[in-house]
Design a protein around this ligand. Structure first.
Ligand code: SF4
Length: 512
């Protein structure tokens, strides 16, 4: 369907604006009429930069071609595209980032090349599997290109081949896995004109009245979340979402929103019953008998935490796309009752950090004692290290039986009303050690921020002073994670809250 020009005012759209409008009409409306309210998170910016990294490499993997630059000058890109496509037709080569316009919609394809009596459009996405919205994205692109006079006969969607192992020396052939998207795109294309008309009409009206919900992060994090939340009444302190998600869904359907109003008869699972009881009475739940297993753990007791990075483009020979690469650890060790030491490792050199990571870790953990972690993450990473360091496999695999995961103890044996349905260590910590939290940590206060900091710190263009600042923030964050585990362990085993002053330590840093 082609849009009819019935609208009194049209708004210039782009492929990304259409995708934003499909996620939420209000998002596109705000982007168009109130752009000053947009707050892009650092994580979204990082994802965007990573997408660029993959896109640039994918271009070189698609073949020889001419790049239409002018990323921020669409008018110039539109001007230069016809001549570039004419040259490509003569030479049988690709054009990267050609720009097209149709009915006030501008869009740029990743790659465009002659194909039969028309064109082959190639789009790439930094993901290991295809998603429905990738095909919609391609359909918008094809609708615009065809409307501009370039019939598209073939559509390919290039995604990341997660079986690819980087051999090194810049050889990335095989990283891209191309899927034939011609048929799904052909099915979606007839609806694009109607979508454009609807979005234009919506933009000509008042701000849509849409409440926040799951759509605010799916498929992309919306940068207007702060604004939208500020328009809504304050959130309930204990919404039914504090229960298991299946229970919460059932309760919502039954008309409950506030956990405090839910009758006991409506809650079946033991964990949900514990949550309900603690929330109603304000009395935390602690299964002292269950925690006795932790009391009996042998010394030394190591409290361990890893930080890792992932990249769609493998950075080091022998690694795969999105493989978790550990670059930092922190370890608090209780050598005798109440006697602690702390050691740590961090590598932001940009070299493959795993060998030094594993060797220093093995030295600190030795051959005996319990190794406490919070979640299965460290166990998975240790197993991942075998693959990269086969000569250390026996020593690394000997650590696995020593691991004691505190998270199941927390889930089954502890609940405080202020956890509000979450057993993340950040949520548990203030309930067991009220004067210790994460709020004093600046810039690096969670794993994703640590990963972003690694990218910046390992960039040779980063000034040394900034690198030092980032290193300090990363070390502080990882140290806090293991100190938090010590607090959780002590509170569970002593069956009382602890204070930060009780978590005394001496530091023996071996960070690089
Ligand atoms: S925060 Fe949610 S409701 Fe608000 S504009 Fe974004 S997606 Fe729409």
């Amino acid at each position: 369907m082609e849009p009819e020009n019935k609208l009194t005012r049209t708004f210039r759209l782009s492929k990304s604006k259409i995708m934003a409008g499909l996620q939420c009409h209000k998002r596109l409306w705000l982007q168009t009429h109130r752009p000053e309210l947009c707050k892009v998170s650092e994580e979204s910016e990082h994802i965007f930069r990573m997408g660029h990294l993959f896109g640039d490499l994918a271009r070189s993997l698609m073949g020889q071609g001419e790049l239409i630059g002018h990323e921020r000058d669409i008018a110039r890109a539109l001007d230069e595209t016809p001549a570039a496509l004419a040259r490509a037709q003569l030479q049988g080569t690709l054009v990267f980032e050609p720009a097209f316009a149709h009915y006030e919609v501008c869009a740029r394809a990743d790659g465009f090349e002659p194909y039969g009596d028309g064109w082959h459009m190639r789009e790439v996405k930094a993901a290991t599997s295809d998603k429905d919205y990738f095909y919609v994205d391609c359909a918008v692109q094809v609708w615009v290109a065809e409307g501009a006079g370039y019939p598209v006969r073939q559509v390919s969607l290039g995604i990341v081949n997660n079986r690819f192992v980087y051999p090194g020396s810049g050889l990335y052939d095989g990283l891209l896995r191309e899927l034939d998207a011609t048929e799904p795109v052909a099915r979606l294309k007839p609806s694009i004109g109607r979508i454009v008309v609807q979005l234009q009409a919506m933009l000509a009206g008042d701000e849509p009245d849409i409440r926040t919900g799951e759509h605010c992060t799916n498929p992309y994090e919306c940068p207007f979340i702060e604004h939208c939340r500020s328009q809504e009444p304050p959130q309930l302190e204990y919404p039914v979402e504090i229960f298991h998600f299946a229970t919460a869904r059932r309760l919502r359907r039954a008309g409950y929103t506030d956990a405090l109003t839910v009758p006991v008869a409506e809650v079946k699972q033991p964990r949900d019953l514990r949550i309900l009881h603690a929330t109603r009475t304000g009395i935390p739940f602690l299964d002292k008998e269950f925690m006795q297993e932790l009391v009996a753990l042998p010394y030394p007791r190591h409290f361990l935490d890893f930080e890792t990075l992932q990249s769609s483009v493998p950075l080091w020979a022998g690694t795969r796309p999105f493989q978790q690469i550990p670059f930092q650890w922190s370890c608090h060790t209780e050598t005798a009752p109440g006697v602690f030491t702390h050691e740590e490792f961090l590598d932001v050199s940009g070299e493959l950090p795993v060998r030094a990571f594993a060797e220093t870790l093995l030295r600190v953990l030795g051959t005996h004692g319990a190794v406490l972690v919070y979640s299965a993450f460290e166990r998975t990473q240790l197993k991942g290290l075998y693959e990269l360091l086969p000569h250390l496999r026996p020593a690394l695999s000997a650590l696995v039986p020593r691991l004691v995961d505190l998270l199941p103890y927390a889930r089954l044996g502890y609940y405080h009303p202020e956890m509000k349905g979450s057993w993340s260590i950040k949520q548990v910590l203030p309930t067991v050690c009220p004067d210790l939290g994460y709020s004093d940590l600046q810039e690096v206060a969670d794993g994703r921020a640590a990963q972003r900091a690694w990218w910046e710190a390992s960039d040779p263009a980063t000034p040394e002073t900034r690198r030092d600042e980032l290193r300090n923030k990363m070390l502080r964050y990882c140290h806090r994670d293991t100190l938090a585990m010590v607090a959780v362990y002590r509170a569970f085993t002593l069956a009382r809250q602890v204070s930060a002053a009780e978590l005394g330590e001496t530091t023996g840093a071996i960070a690089q």
